[in-house]
Design a protein around this ligand. Structure first.
Ligand SMILES: Nc1ncnc2c1ncn2[C@@H]1O[C@H](COP(=O)(O)OP(=O)(O)OP(=O)(O)O)[C@@H](O)[C@H]1O
Ligand SMILES: [Mg+2]
Length: 345
């Protein structure tokens, strides 16, 4: 692989969720931290779509917010096009770099200012980054952007509440594209939408990617959606990556027991008669994670070592997996065929 566009190295983020100081003193309780993201590393090449999947609370949104700079890492580094984002970037240089990446959120209603007309919403980045100086230039560019995402330039006069959910997400995409970014972090961009609308938005995102050579980080808890979008997939469990693989390989030959459990639960939309297993057990509290491999209480293959020692992400058949059982050859190859027939919505 040539130099990656985004290189995330040993990224960690803790949140202090302690009670207020006075309570801690009176009740004699220590500070409490959540490890939302714990030693996560991955690389993304230009033009690629890298997906992050995992159950609720696994740290997906936290990683997204760390990448776009809405949060600061507790440890680790994020390197974008050879420059470290966390360190010493200020003023014009930081602005130039920030302009190159954008974020799209799950709920376009919450991310679009309800009191602004769509023209103002989409034009805001043009003002902030000062790419289109006069009102006329900006209006023209907003019209182009709205057409690009399948709306009409006249829609610029409307307010967000006058649109459907799918159309609002189109507005959010137009806004994200306004400053000509190269890299877009999409946090569950279609989870709030109906399945048919979801497919339209995903197709739009793919078309835009092809047209502008965009690179995506695509976050979802839905494996069928991810399969449709991503070149490579990283599976998160309680803030740690447990497996990273090309999309096709992850579906055809899932390694980590957690990945297998997730894939077993994907609906059999083609009705091949495959038996579907539900995801068993619940994700443990991130406040008090299990020792050793965090997945061990739910894992059918766990042994003593798994309960004590945290597994590192190590290459297995060329792909990184964090599992003692896989490393020791204790876990048989999983079923391949039925899962491969699952299609995207
Ligand atoms: N600002 C915060 N303060 C305290 N804890 C937080 C904060 N943000 C996230 N967390 C905790 O970090 C963990 C990861 O949260 P995050 O929102 O990244 O998960 P997620 O994978 O995006 O989940 P979901 O699928 O529900 O969106 C959770 O345990 C969450 O409670
Ligand atoms: Mg989230």
């Amino acid at each position: 692989m040539s130099a990656p566009l985004l290189d995330v190295r040993h990224l960690s983020r803790r949140f202090d969720v302690s009670k207020p100081w006075l309570n801690r003193v009176i009740e004699r309780i220590p500070r409490v931290h959540v490890r939302a993201v714990d030693d996560v590393s991955f690389e993304i090449a230009k033009g690629e779509t890298f997906a992050l999947v995992g159950e609720s609370g696994s740290g997906k949104s936290t990683i997204a917010r760390l990448i776009v700079g809405l949060l600061k890492p507790s440890d680790g580094e994020i390197i974008f096009d050879g420059k470290s984002l966390a360190r010493g970037l200020k003023g014009a240089e930081a602005r130039r770099l920030r302009r190159r990446f954008q974020m799209i959120f799950q709920d376009p209603f919450a991310s679009l200012n309800p009191r602004w007309r769509v023209t103002e919403i989409v034009a805001e980045p043009l003002k902030v980054f000062n790419t289109h100086k006069s009102d006329r230039e900006r209006r023209k560019r907003v019209g182009e952007l709205l057409s690009l995402v399948g709306l009409s330039p006249e829609d610029g006069a409307k307010f967000p509440h006058q649109f459907s959910g799918g159309q609002r997400q189109r507005v959010a995409i137009a806004r994200a594209l306004a400053a000509n970014p190269e890299f877009i972090v999409c946090d569950e961009p279609t989870s709030a939408l109906d399945v048919s609308v979801q497919a339209q938005i995903l197709n739009l995102m793919k078309d835009l990617q092809a047209e502008f050579g965009l690179t995506y980080v695509f976050i979802s808890h839905n494996l069928s959606v991810v399969r449709h979008m991503a070149n490579r997939i990283g599976v998160l469990y309680l803030g740690r990556l447990v497996e990273v693989a090309p999309s096709h390989d992850l579906f055809a030959r899932p390694q980590h027991p957690y990945t297998r459990m997730l894939l077993d639960a994907v609906p059999d939309v083609e009705m091949t008669g495959r038996r579907r297993k539900k995801v068993e057990g619940e994700i443990p509290s991130p406040l008090n994670p299990p020792s050793g491999c965090a997945f061990n209480p739910r894992c059918p293959f766990a042994n003593e070592r798994c309960r004590i020692e945290v597994p590192a992400l190590k290459p297995w058949r060329g792909q990184p997996v964090a599992c003692h059982g896989i490393e020791e050859g204790r876990i048989p190859d999983g079923p391949a065929q039925p899962i491969a027939s699952v299609t995207a919505p």
